[in-house]
Design a protein. Sequence first.
Length: 119
Amino acid sequence: MGSAKQSTVSRILSYQILIILLTTASFSLARGWPQGMSSALGGVAAFVPNLYFALRIYKVSGQPARKIVNSFYVGESGKLLLTAGLFILIFKVKNVEILPLFVGYVTALSVFWFALIMR
């Protein structure tokens, strides 16, 4: 992966952290800490799998195309499993609020949509 692609991935991950923090702060200020924490957990459920995927793809940069494609499929499968596992763990947390949880998750994922628009 070239430095331009690395910086794009790093930027997207940084923006995800920023939007998670903003969403968490907004819910915390408007509705209290339990909803802020729920929003943060939703953001984490989006961010951690994306970080895993990015690291997985980064490790095979410069490798033959077949290895990159295989890593892509393994990374995407791992990302889906991580997301499911994180949500299972999150739903075991006491007092999780569903609406802020999913708002945090969707806003963290929306960074990709805005990245496409801005490009």
